[in-house]
Design a protein around this ligand. Structure first.
Ligand code: IFM
Length: 461
């Protein structure tokens, strides 16, 4: 009997506003920090911008057809804050809201459930000019935006994510300078911005719930997964502790618990409080109640991880990968085990149903001589990750859905259009969409609820 995913498993695809919409000046949209950043020389690969991207703004009906044609029941999209509130707060841009009305209606008419992310990095420039996440009022501004969206779409949209990958937009955008707004703040400022993001998350959850009792709310952080190379209890325990701990060094912000503990357990992890000490914002504990709002699910974006083993003292030590180990075009190692161990560790700690809100493979795909796009590496990446996820579920991890990143090739932030993540190829000159081999392959997976996945895949090497 072939193994299937559980009945009702949510098969989906994902994308984000700035990465696909284009139409940067249409219908009163205000500028975002990503418009500004991408227009600044030397910031984005070859000076690419999201000004046109996939022109999804004008082609959303065709894209909705592609999503429905895949058989996906769910589409995770994000809303452009500056399209709806060009100044970030105050006057609502009716034409901008109208776009999301049409998009949601087009999805529903095709039997696809919209799952909306409120913040996928494109902060209105006007909000940044008023201090951005460093300004405590940003939490209220974001809640205002959340309320506008929930008020307008709450009759049709039941699934919401507050923020996408705080680790990445805080770490790369506010500490490392590689992403918009391109800042390199000192640690106290980064901690302050992070605290305000968490407060914004909590306030947005409350704002969404105030609009309707049926709303189901979660978030979509980045998953920094350490996984054990063996099933020896010491290795598993070391990997679990490392996955849920805060790494030493400047990359500390790529962790889970600093964000998820306050949001889901109601307090920052002690390890971080001790480490950051007086650098933390004054009175941070007073915000715990506002940050800690009940969530319905834990979304997590997982692409890669760190293979580890325990040393003599029980600490996780990252293990080298063998020469020639498979990597995607982002130089991310292919490590399907992350979809086994990641959901398991996160579910054990946070006790919420898990959705894989992103997972996918960066590649340089092109149209082959026969007119098709043969993206065999993506098919294999997807196959191996879904097998690992199915095994995690069989072993008790409460995973309810999987959203492939991405439906379309799109603007990959600082990498511009240098690499492709889509199940559908986009010709950026003509904007033609061409479903890749992986599209048809995923279609089969969805149709059979995973039963078509191979039982005995060859080992990865
Ligand atoms: O394209 C991004 C997405 O916006 C956030 N998560 C990771 C993806 C691939 O880098």
């Amino acid at each position: 009997m072939p193994m299937r995913f559980p009945e009702g498993f949510e098969w989906g695809v994902a994308a984000a506003a700035y990465q696909i919409e284009g139409a940067a000046d249409a219908d009163g949209r205000g500028p975002s920090i990503w418009d500004t950043f991408a227009q600044t020389p030397q910031r984005v690969f070859h000076g690419h911008t999201g000004a046109r991207a996939c022109d999804h703004f004008h082609r959303f009906a065709e894209d909705a057809d592609l999503i429905a044609g895949l058989g996906a029941r769910a589409y995770r999209l994000s809303v452009s804050w500056p399209r709806v509130l060009p100044e970030g707060t105050g006057k609502v841009n009716e034409a901008g809201l109208g776009f999301y009305d049409r998009l949601v209606d087009a999805l529903l008419a095709r039997g696809v459930t919209p799952w909306i992310t409120l913040f996928h990095w494109d902060m209105p420039q006007a909000v940044f000019d008023r201090g951005g996440w460093l300004n405590r009022a940003s939490a209220d501004w974001f809640a205002e935006f959340a309320a506008v969206m929930a008020d307008r779409l709450g009759d049709r949209v039941k699934h919401w994510f507050t923020i996408n990958e705080p680790q990445v937009f805080l770490g790369l955008g506010h500490a490392g300078g590689e992403h918009a707004p391109g800042m390199r703040y000192a640690l106290p400022e980064v901690l302050r911005a992070c605290h305000h993001v968490l407060l914004a998350h909590g306030r947005a959850v409350s704002a969404i719930r105030a609009q309707g009792k049926q709303a189901r709310v979660g978030w979509a952080p980045h998953g920094s997964i350490r996984y054990p190379l063996t099933v020896e209890p010491a290795d598993v325990e070391a990997a679990r502790r490392a996955t849920l701990g805060i790494p030493a060094g400047d990359d500390w912000y790529f962790n889970t618990s600093w964000y998820a503990d306050p949001a889901l357990l109601g307090y920052y992890p002690e390890e971080g409080i001790v480490r950051f000490g007086s650098l933390l914002p004054t009175g941070f504990e007073d915000d715990y109640a506002a940050i800690h709002q009940p969530l319905d699910f834990f979304g997590v974006n997982i692409y890669q991880g760190h293979p580890t083993r325990a040393d003599e003292a029980g600490n996780a030590v990252e293990q080298p990968r063998p020469p020639g180990y498979p990597h995607t075009m982002f130089h991310w190692p292919v490590e399907p085990e992350v979809l086994y161990w990641g959901p398991k560790f996160l579910h054990e700690r946070y006790r919420l149903p898990i959705y894989i809100t992103e997972n996918g493979c960066a590649a340089m795909d092109w149209v082959h001589a026969d007119g098709a796009v043969h993206d065999a590496p993506r098919v294999d990446y997807l196959c191996r990750h879904l097998l690992a996820l199915r095994r995690a579920i069989a072993d008790g991890a409460d995973v309810r859905g999987y959203f492939h990143w991405s439906i379309l090739d799109n603007f990959e932030w600082a990498e511009g259009y240098r690499m492709r993540f889509g199940l559908v190829y986009v010709d950026y000159a003509t904007l033609e969409r061409i479903p890749k081999d992986s599209y048809r392959w995923y279609q089969q997976v969805i149709r059979t609820n995973g039963a078509c996945l191979p039982e005995n895949p060859a080992p990865l090497r």
